[in-house]
Design a protein around this ligand. Structure first.
Ligand SMILES: [Mn+2]
Length: 331
């Protein structure tokens, strides 16, 4: 079902007639969230607007894109005052500790590319057909006639590289390459961007990865593969669990894998489930456990005993792979 949505033209017009913005992305910011925030930030600044960047969670330490130092880290105390809040790459409720403040905004704009959940705001543009929110921001800046520069191009290119897995995921299309090509013409250093996103791993993470891989589990002849890392494991390797959502990209390397899952106990009893698939719709699996996301890349957060959650989810996933059916929502 298609919910009412504004046109990009309407979003552009709205941004052009307002002057004071706060841009926020999702909790646990990733390259597309940050790339969208920064691209829009520099673009609106070029139009003479005043603009702030706010995140509820710390930024990935390995990214060195221009403008990241401008991001303010705020929590429950966040209040937008008179500013227009623009939420990018998620729905407003997914902005973490600042969500209550975000939802109090007098004017709220929501720009996203996740499967339509609840786009919320005076203006909503949610287009799941787009590979990255950074692509939507690119189109928006074009409509606003903002010329590209190195700052904007690096941010948007980084966002696209992040969400396409370095132009490898199913969302990679010719349009993505055309836009990326144009961004490269504005001073982006592609090798540096890719290395920062994919290859800057700490020694602790690589050792944790070795541990997690050596305990990899499979079912149905390897069609289903999963990795489970407890809170204790994260502590033992001295790794911040919130910075490890890319573990799933290693699990999915298994040759036969159709669905890959990673369970991370980020704090005692709080489990983040990451799901990836080559063709199977894992968004519905994620929704079954109270989460959401894209058809081939989704996730959920669950609470309870770690081993019980792993057992419950893997058995549901096995049944889902076999029958395509999900039982009633577990509580
Ligand atoms: Mn995204």
């Amino acid at each position: 079902m298609k919910l009412p949505m504004n046109s990009l033209e309407e979003i552009a017009h709205f941004l052009s007639i307002h002057d004071d913005f706060i841009i926020v992305g999702h909790e646990g910011p990733d390259p597309d969230s940050l790339g969208s925030m920064l691209g829009l930030f520099f673009g609106l600044r070029k139009l003479g607007k005043s603009c702030r960047l706010v995140s509820a969670d710390p930024l990935p330490p390995y990214l060195t894109w221009p403008g990241l130092d401008q991001v303010e880290l705020l929590g429950e105390e966040f209040h937008p005052g008179e500013s227009t809040v623009i939420v990018v790459d998620c729905e407003p409720s997914r902005t973490g500790k600042i969500a209550a403040g975000v939802l109090q905004a007098k004017r709220l704009v929501n720009i996203d590319h996740h499967e339509r959940g609840r786009g919320v705001g005076q203006l909503v543009y949610v287009e799941p057909a787009e590979a990255a929110t950074s692509v939507i921001i690119y189109r928006l800046l074009q409509r606003l006639q903002v010329p590209l520069d190195r700052e904007i191009a690096t941010a948007l290119y980084g966002g696209i590289v992040g969400d396409t897995g370095g132009f490898r995921h199913a969302n990679t299309n010719s349009e993505v390459f055309r836009i990326a090509g144009e961004l490269l013409d504005h001073g982006v250093e592609p090798a540096k961007v890719a290395r920062e996103i994919f290859s800057m791993q700490s020694l602790g993470f690589l050792k944790l990865l070795g541990f997690a891989l050596s305990n990899l589990q499979t079912a149905q002849d390897g069609k289903l593969v999963w990795m489970a890392v407890s809170h204790e494991d994260f502590q033992r390797f001295d790794v911040d669990p919130e910075m490890t959502d890319h573990l799933v990209s290693y699990a999915r390397m298994l040759d036969r894998a159709e669905v890959a899952m990673v369970f991370r106990e980020v704090s005692p009893g709080l489990v983040r489930l990451g799901l990836r698939a080559n063709a199977v719709d894992v968004a519905s699996l994620a929704r079954h456990f109270g989460g959401g996301g894209h058809r081939l890349a989704s996730g959920a957060t669950l609470q309870g005993d770690f081993q019980e959650i792993v057992a419950q989810v893997t058995s549901t996933a096995q049944r889902y792979l076999l029958t395509g059916e999900l039982n009633e929502r577990h509580s």
